[in-house]
Design a protein. Sequence first.
Length: 274
Amino acid sequence: MMEIKVRSVGDFMRQIGGICKPWNPESDPEWLPWFRGEGNADWPFALRPRLYRQKHKRLKFLLHLDQELRLEFRRRGAQLIIGQRPADKWEWYFLMQHYGVPTRLLDWTDGALVALYFAVKSRKIPGDREGEAPAVVYMLDPWWLNDQAFKRLKDPPEGVALSDWPEVQKYLPKELSSERLKPSIPVAIDPTHLSSRIAAQRSRFTIFGTEVDGLRLVTKKRDCKFTKILVEASAIPAIQGDLRRAGVSESSIFPDLEGLSRELNFWWEEECRH
């Protein structure tokens, strides 16, 4: 895994451009790298989906919880849905992740500045407990990841998976069979855009199998297409300002009244401090 440091939005974008060239030498227009921003590069649960962030819990117990959460969300959530109703088990699972229920899904985006925003949004403001720890943006080639996951198949598919692919059905067993999960390596999959937030954030997912640190393990390979981009703590306030001027803000990432209200609260708190 390669590791680099950046101190500005411009530096961040230049580094990404340099990484993309060897990853996509033929300039395939269908290919895009994925990004994930986290506020602390030293977070012990980095690159784990929320369901797997419990210490000292056995896999069978966690998969049982996964099953119970899926059943209860579908049973009680049906009456609360406004707009498009989930059409299958995958859309229900994507919706669970979207609303913060623990799942085996890990959020990514194909928007580099969206990921950078998530990495720095809660830093260097009142209540920030991360001190001088760097923020981080992880950069992944999803095609490479799926090559690793499907390489043992006789006729492996290519590219980012869709939820109707036969090859990915084993990653999401029927609700009463969650404990029978078999695959170990995570797979990159495109979600259905069930909400404006998913679309605005250019959301992508990796779905984990039985290995809680599956992404960390597969990206330890020498030839992996995965990069850790560290954002130095001292540079974060300037980067936050540049992102605001570029139109990347809470209301653009969360295009609803809740997102607008949080953005206005950030503005109000900053005005009061100055």
